[in-house]
Design a binder for this molecule. Structure first.
Ligand code: ZN
Length: 71
């Protein structure tokens, strides 16, 4: 007792989709907040495939610009 918190624990995270803790978390989203640090959303490997890949900022800007031209 008392030393449990210092024991090396595996990086277990809870899946945002199935709410199950996983030892192999995959980052599916990073939420940026105006005030304070943002937080990272994790999913298990099985659920990660259901999330779109992390969008590239430059690619997103290019796509939005192209959409405006088409209209
Ligand atoms: Zn999951």
């Amino acid at each position: 007792m008392g030393t449990e918190g210092k024991a090396s624990r595996p990086p277990v995270r809870m899946c945002v989709r199935c709410q199950v803790t996983t030892a192999t978390p995959v980052v599916v989203s990073v939420v940026h907040q105006n005030s304070g640090p943002g937080f990272v959303v994790y999913a298990c490997r099985a659920c990660a495939v259901h999330f779109p890949p992390q969008p590239d900022v430059l690619a997103a800007l290019r796509q939005s610009g192209r959409a405006e031209v088409e209209q």
